[in-house]
Write a protein that binds this ligand. Sequence first.
Ligand code: IMP
Ligand code: MG
Length: 199
Amino acid sequence: MRASTVPLRRCPCDTRPVLADVERILFHEQTILSRLDELAAAITEKYRGKELTVLAVLNGSLIFAADLLRRLPLPLKLDCISVSSYHGGTKSSGTVTFDQVSMPDIDGRHVLILDDILDSGRTLHAICARLNNESKPLDVQLCVLLRKRKLREKELEAHFVGFDIGDEFVIGYGLDYQERYRNLPFIGVLRSGIFQAEA
Ligand code: IMP
Ligand code: MG
């Protein structure tokens, strides 16, 4: 069969075994993708004609970045950085650990950082500080899929935001709890019984 004649079919993955761990669904896949269309239009408008580097923060932004980037008709460069601040729990450990020794080359470029969620603000604050200390970007802006409504330890302005949510622990569409649930196609609240043990 020629590639163009392969019928489009939805992935038959069965998410039932982990659905029991989801207290309630906040955003279905189609809602997320529709919002990405709007975000992509705003980002395209902002960076048209500019030298843009998108910096995706792994692992959480992996699926968000993949879906958003394919909606951007811009000649951008993509780099990824990997950091961790949770170290397995549902509360930030307070220390942000960078997995790479050096930062990508962003001198003289507009930088858009993509992350899954703005929670305490520590991670994105640490990334911005390191980028600005080690390089000379033209500017650095933030794009997050989710932003928790709460008093943040580091007050940061996210220039592009997918959805504002309450201060709850969420999973799916790239977001994890102990590295699980990232492959759920929707975003949901993790059932409290799953992490009660750590409190
Ligand atoms: P912050 O430094 O507290 O803003 O948190 C940043 C990182 O913590 C995010 O990139 C996520 O990886 C993780 N995180 C924060 N809140 C949640 C959540 O509700 N679910 C899953 N991961 C989260
Ligand atoms: Mg993360």
